[in-house]
Design a protein around this ligand. Structure first.
Ligand code: GZL
Length: 315
């Protein structure tokens, strides 16, 4: 009898250990609700998250929201139904997330925001956000415009997606940055929705309306700035000379435009958030207390620096 009991206990402990070991090796399952593929920056971020998941053996459920919040909400609901261990969300706009994030919270699934913020009454609906400081980026752009033009310039502003924190805060930072420089005038601001095509169309309209009165283009991302360059050339002006251009992101394409002398400055915004996203999510799942905002450091690069820096760029 005793021997049988000992054997049974031994078998049970082996099963528990195996089960435990198996559980420890069970891959993390993470849902990633991405905004879309609107810009080179966005593609770089997607690649960073997917390759980090692969490197870490994470089972990543990826959803491309195609710029629509309703698609992102649907994806989050699907992740909840699948019982994922965590959710990464790049929120296309700041508002309208309470209901679905309330469902994730109820299911005890931690949500980490990537590259944009949201406005919610209950901050416990997400663990933290990992983004750049867009107000800082806008202020840096303003600083460059004032220095480059001696404090006198007519600026047209290509805004990002309406309601996106990256757009509202880059505008806020720029406007704060020029408030003590009365010679810097924003002639007009319009959204190019962070895309090259719309950036070009909006710049064509600005050129028709203001022509050579435009001294500077401030674009909330490289892709709209690159679209503006095309429009400026087609209107018979020299981009980078007749009309100066500063954008945000600092993608390889923007560095190539600076090397070509067609863009004047870029404010960096780091899209390579994959490794940090999963490192942070694992801490959240382990119950660690995290800062609500993990800020990415950015800097300005100018046309003169581009040739020596472009070779080191990672996106
Ligand atoms: C910034 C990100 C912005 C980029 C754009 O964190 O949300 O969205 O600046 C992208 O290129 O479309």
């Amino acid at each position: 009898m005793k021997k049988a009991l000992v054997l049974a206990l031994l078998a049970l402990s082996v099963a528990v250990l195996a089960g435990g070991a198996f559980a420890a090796d069970k891959p993390l399952v993470v849902g990633f609700s991405q905004i879309g593929a609107e810009s080179g920056w966005r593609t770089a971020e997607t690649e960073s998250v997917i390759s980090a998941a692969k490197d870490l053996g994470i089972d990543l459920k990826f959803s491309d929201g195609q710029q629509k919040q309703e698609n992102q909400i649907k994806a989050i609901r699907s992740f909840i139904a699948q019982g994922v261990d965590g959710i990464l969300l790049a929120p296309v706009v700041e508002t309208g997330w309470e209901p679905v994030l309330g469902e994730a919270k109820k299911a005890n699934i931690p949500v980490i925001l990537l590259d944009r913020g949201i406005t919610v009454n209950d901050e416990s609906l997400y663990v933290c956000k990992i983004t750049s400081d867009f107000v800082f980026e806008g202020k840096e752009a303003a600083k460059w415009v004032i220095a480059e033009t001696g404090g006198t310039a007519n600026v047209v502003q290509l805004q990002g997606t309406p309601g996106a924190s990256a757009a509202t805060e880059r505008q806020k930072g720029f406007e704060e940055g020029i408030k003590d420089a009365p010679g810097i005038k924003i002639l007009e601001s319009q959204t190019g929705d962070f895309t090259m095509e719309l950036g070009k169309q909006v710049m064509e309209a600005f050129l028709k309306k203001y022509g050579k009165d435009i001294n500077v283009v401030y674009a909330h991302n490289d892709d709209m700035g690159l679209g503006a360059i095309q429009a400026i050339k087609e209107a018979g002006f020299k981009p980078g000379e007749d009309i100066k251009i500063i954008t945000v992101d600092a993608t390889k394409a923007a560095f190539e435009a600076m090397v070509a002398g067609e863009m004047n400055a870029v404010v960096e915004c780091n899209p390579l958030l994959g490794p940090l996203a999963f490192e942070t999510l694992k801490k959240a799942i382990a119950g660690e207390t995290l800062e609500k905002w993990i800020v990415q450091k950015d800097e300005v690069f100018t046309k003169d620096q581009a040739p020596s820096v472009i070779g080191d760029r990672k996106y």
